[in-house]
Design a protein around this ligand. Structure first.
Ligand code: ATP
Ligand code: MG
Length: 441
């Protein structure tokens, strides 16, 4: 992408209500624009990152055997009357009446709707286990929307729903999501720690929140440092291997990790002192097993091999896709701007042409751009006539993993400057070696 033809409304001024780093940086880099409290437009740069995260989530859900679909944002109030949550949910639910006086709501979550889909079509145990998911906008009329897209009112969530014949099978489905979440967050370049959680308004008895450590987090977190060192299951993980699934969960839950809500001083005292981490955390995902909480009132039943009718056991599994964008920035930035992890960066590399009106500089910069484009590196090419200082500052602020700078002095001696944003390391290299590094890593 040529920067001169792109739309990145970089701005110096951020409103006073932007207090956390990610909110400030998302506004300064022109990633988002607030449209109303807790409601945002995703401008091109922000939208690119959102789509990358959505794609990682999709690939990891698919790998774990979940099936993608799409449900609408607006839901019928009737369904929520059936489950009993229409009255229970409270003022966070945005309720809407249509021209025929029918009750609608902007979905804060989708247990009811997916249970309705399930019961309409699935009648036999043979269809189980089944896990359906979508990535769709949610609305929760948060009393205090804040920190930008971190706690919005409208936000993008991935929500998956599992259906099983009994509790034992449902636990396996739960473990699959647990393992998939570890891979998902690792690919985004963040370490999310699973912690025992209260099931809350969704109900149930087995639940973990996934939190990343960040100073701006809303929860206090207590965890054994050892849990941070357990590697994710990885791309080769076999989701059909039940022993391996159970082990992935055991490997982490054997270490203490809890938010303030679940913190237990007695258990904490058992953790060796030099391994105790007390920090702040951001919840990026939450998984629940809730048994028959929805299938019971909504009559989601299947026939077993013996011909008996049984109520299915369910679970739901959320990831705050839009919150992840802000969370990654919280975990990865410095005083100059964002430091995008490779897999979620809006562009793979930035190219700065120091003197676009100099023919020899333009020729090398154009060649760099053409080659990175051809290699699928999706470069952002700053060939604007702006001064060098502001160009560097802007590229640093946007925080792409690699910066290739083409200037008159280097062009004379046959080199370009390659900078790795994460380490600040700079090297003068031939164009070929620089390209090899960017394309190879
Ligand atoms: P929180 O405790 O942060 O309010 P929650 O427990 O109500 O979140 P869940 O119902 O578990 O949220 O939703 C699944 C995921 O959706 C959360 O883990 C979080 O990442 C994301 N999420 C929830 N509320 C918001 C919001 N207001 N803005 C952005 N993301 C959100
Ligand atoms: Mg939650």
């Amino acid at each position: 992408m040529r920067l001169s033809r792109y739309f990145i409304p970089v701005s110096k001024d951020v409103p006073a209500d932007a207090v956390v780093a990610s909110h400030k940086l998302m506004l300064r880099t022109g990633m988002i624009r607030q449209s109303a409290a807790g409601i945002y437009s995703w401008l091109p740069l922000g939208f690119r990152v959102l789509k990358k995260i959505e794609q990682i989530v999709r690939e990891e859900m698919d790998r774990a055997g979940a099936i993608e679909m799409l449900m609408p944002t607006l839901q019928s109030a009737d369904l929520w009357q059936e489950s009993g949550r229409y009255d229970a949910y409270g003022p966070e639910m945005l309720r809407i009446t249509d021209r025929h006086e029918r009750g609608l709501l902007y979905g804060p979550t989708n247990e009811e709707m997916i249970t309705d889909v399930f019961r309409s079509y699935v009648k036999s145990y043979k269809a189980l286990p089944l896990n359906l998911y979508h990535q769709q906008w949610k609305f929760r009329d948060e009393i205090r929307p804040r920190f930008g897209v971190m706690r919005g009112r409208e936000f993008l969530m991935k929500d998956a729903y599992s259906f099983d014949l009994d509790e034992a099978a449902a636990r396996v489905s739960y473990q699959k999501m647990f393992a998939a979440y570890l891979n998902t967050f690792a690919r985004m370049g963040i370490t999310a720690i699973p912690m025992q959680a209260d099931p809350g308004p969704i109900g149930g008895d087995l639940s973990h929140e996934f939190l990343i450590l960040a100073d701006s987090g809303e929860s206090a977190v207590f965890c054994d440092k050892a849990v941070l060192d357990v590697p994710p299951p990885g791309a080769g993980f076999d989701f059909e291997d039940k022993a391996a699934l159970a082990e992935e969960m055991d490997k982490r839950t054997r270490y203490y990790a809890a938010t303030d809500e679940k913190h237990d001083e007695a258990a904490w005292a058992q953790v060796p002192e030099d391994r105790r981490v007390e920090a702040r955390g951001i919840e990026v995902g939450h998984i629940f097993y809730f048994g028959t909480k929805y299938s019971d009132p909504m009559n989601a039943e299947v026939q077993t091999a013996d011909g008996d009718l049984v109520t299915i056991h369910g679970g739901s599994y959320g990831i705050g896709v839009s919150r992840c964008v802000a969370s990654i920035i919280e975990a990865s930035h410095d005083k100059n701007g964002i430091i995008w992890p490779d897999e979620v960066a809006p562009f793979g590399a930035g190219i700065i042409s120091m003197k676009p009106d100099d023919e020899s500089v333009a020729a090398v910069a154009d060649e760099t751009y053409a080659k990175l484009l051809a290699a699928g590196k999706d470069p952002l090419y700053d060939e604007t006539a702006d001064r060098a200082g502001p160009k560097f500052a802007r590229m640093e602020l946007i925080g792409l993993p690699w910066q290739v700078t083409v200037g008159p002095r280097g062009v004379k001696s046959g080199t370009v400057e390659l900078k790795r944003r994460a380490t600040g390391e700079k090297e003068d290299l031939s164009l070929e070696s620089a390209l090899n590094k960017v394309i190879g890593g």
